[in-house]
Ligand binder design. Structure first.
Ligand code: XMP
Length: 510
């Protein structure tokens, strides 16, 4: 049975994926599509409701994204957010003009709780506003459903037509009761039943994979990251021995990581091949200090090894990939509409003999992939694994790589991660790791002079990894990490904490 679906039409706002995630959190499946999706495709999508997102334009400007007024005749409930509500007002005969006062940031909003969107909520709450333009006249038949001290129409609705809109952003946490508003739209207006659950998804995905794959062979490059691990687990349940996972251990993993991955997938229920290629990588990398060259060598060698192993298996029917939904969402605003291609294991499809690609996570957001992993029984340390770059510790040992330096970094990094875990901070800091700098400095230990390495600690808070703030890890935690590393790891006598954000720095040091 198909899930109920909500269609999110993207007008180019910055929180569009967040809207989709909120809808999914309410157990309703949704997809983001460009705002100009033709009406027949909207009908073919068969949504229970439509959400118009925010966007950077002004509705009255030439070239601003518009909607076909006929969309409101199709009988679907619509919720417009920010630009989305303005475009509704403008299209249906209301007046949108530059506001006398611009509203940016949190504002107190007063709601009409007779409006279904605000039913059951407190009458006054903070909401995130971010607009220049204001609706000054409602379209005929509409009512204002919320006001602020400077915005006469902070929300509006036409209950009979099942059309609703709000000027503020219910999808962000700065808007109190925001998720409840979205939930109200879904359940009170669209008649959602909440049929989108990870348990249901797992069952359906396993069945669909079985139907598609039949008796065919499936190949997966397993990196141990969240996405490829969840794909492996799903395929393991669906097709068992027909799956071969190749795990290329480049010797640049963190402490115990390779063995942990083998421990989970090497139990014989699938064909699990671990290639211990540390020697091979280290000899290719000997004498190389340039970061880009290191990345290139690691990437190429990885593909070469994968290819060699895949050839031994012969032709496979399917190559599985861990592509997730954010990788394929097409932006709504035209010019820069690019579909990002997934490049976890860059370029593999060109090298390997297969008939078709299967991407069982294509519909899922990262948080859903994690929930699915838990549903499938994967342990927390895999499900909540922080992002780890393909080149691994190869780009966290600055300058030339040696086994000795890698081992030293592994120990320091392990201590840092352990202390972050003990302090209960691991889900608050999105990525944290140690870097072995190429810098030595003078220290004193006991009565002797030392001349040893500096370890840099890095921790960032970010939602998209495109920009990031350095994490304000409590001094007590940093202090403990510093003492432990210097005491427990030989050849390290100095610890620094990286307090640069991205930009201007990047998250990794190389
Ligand atoms: P930067 O250092 O560019 O990193 O701020 C942003 C995020 O991407 C990760 N990263 C990589 N991931 N292959 C990957 O799969 C790579 O070559 C790579 N380089 C950086 C980095 O860990 C951070 O999460």
């Amino acid at each position: 049975m198909e899930n109920q679906k909500v269609l999110i039409l993207d007008f180019g706002g910055q929180y569009n994926q967040l809207i989709a995630r909120r809808v999914r959190e309410c157990n309703v499946y949704c997809e983001v599509r460009p705002y100009n999706l033709p009406l027949n495709e909207i009908q073919a999508f068969n949504p229970i409701g439509i959400i118009f997102t925010g966007g950077p334009n002004s509705v009255y400007e030439e070239g601003a994204p518009k909607v076909d007024p006929a969309i409101f005749q199709l009988g679907y409930p619509v919720l417009g957010i920010c630009y989305g509500v303005q475009v509704m007002a403008h299209t249906l005969g209301g007046v949108v003009e530059p506001g006398k006062v611009r509203e940016y940031g949190q504002k107190i909003v007063e709601f009409d709780t007779d409006c279904a969107i605000f039913a059951g909520l407190s009458k006054k709450a903070n909401a995130l506003m971010s607009h220049n333009d204001t609706i000054y006249q409602l379209p005929q038949g509409w009512k204002s459903a919320a006001v602020t001290d400077s915005c006469p129409v902070a929300a509006m609705y036409n209950a009979e037509a099942r059309l609703y809109g709000m000027q503020f952003h219910p999808e962000v946490t700065l808007t109190e009761q925001g998720t409840e508003m979205i939930r109200n739209f879904l359940y009170r207006v669209c008649g959602a039943t909440g049929d989108w659950t990870m348990q249901g998804y797992a069952e359906t995905a396993i069945r669909e994979i079985q139907e598609k794959v039949g008796a065919g062979k499936v190949l997966l490059a397993l990196s141990g990251g969240v996405d490829s691990s969840v794909v492996a687990s799903l395929l393991q349940k669906a097709v068992g021995q027909q799956l071969t996972c190749i795990f290329v251990d480049h010797g640049l993993m963190r402490k115990n990581e390779g063995d942990e991955i083998e421990g989970i997938f090497g139990d014989g229920s699938i064909n699990f091949i671990r290639i211990n290629a540390e020697q091979r990588f280290l000899s290719c990398l000997a004498g190389i200090t340039d970061p880009e060259q290191k990345r290139k060598i690691i990437g190429e060698e990885f593909i070469r090894i994968f290819e060699e192993e895949a050839k031994k298996i012969g032709t496979v029917d399917y190559l599985a990939q861990g592509t997730i939904y954010p990788d394929i969402i097409e932006s709504g605003t035209g010019e820069s509409a690019v579909i990002k291609s997934h490049h976890n294991v860059g370029g593999l499809p060109d090298f390997v003999d297969f008939k078709e690609i299967i991407e069982p996570l294509r519909q899922l957001f990262k948080d859903e992939v994690r929930a699915l992993g838990t549903e499938l029984g994967l342990p927390d340390h895999i499900v909540w694994r922080q992002p780890f770059p393909g080149p691994g510790l190869g780009i966290r040992v600055l300058g030339e790589l040696t086994k000795e330096k890698l081992d030293l970094l592994r120990e320091a990094d392990f201590i840092f991660r352990e202390e972050v875990h003990l302090a209960g901070l691991e889900r608050e800091i999105n990525q944290y790791f140690a870097v072995l700098t190429d810098q030595r400095s003078v220290g004193v230990m006991g009565d002797g002079r030392t001349y040893d390495y500096t370890i840099a600690l890095r921790g960032v808070v970010t939602s998209d990894f495109m920009t990031a703030e350095w994490a304000h890890i409590p001094y007590e935690v940093l202090d403990k990490v510093s003492r432990r590393i210097v005491n427990e790891v030989k050849q390290v006598n100095r610890i620094v904490y990286d307090i640069t954000s991205k930009p201007p720095a990047t998250i990794e040091w190389e």
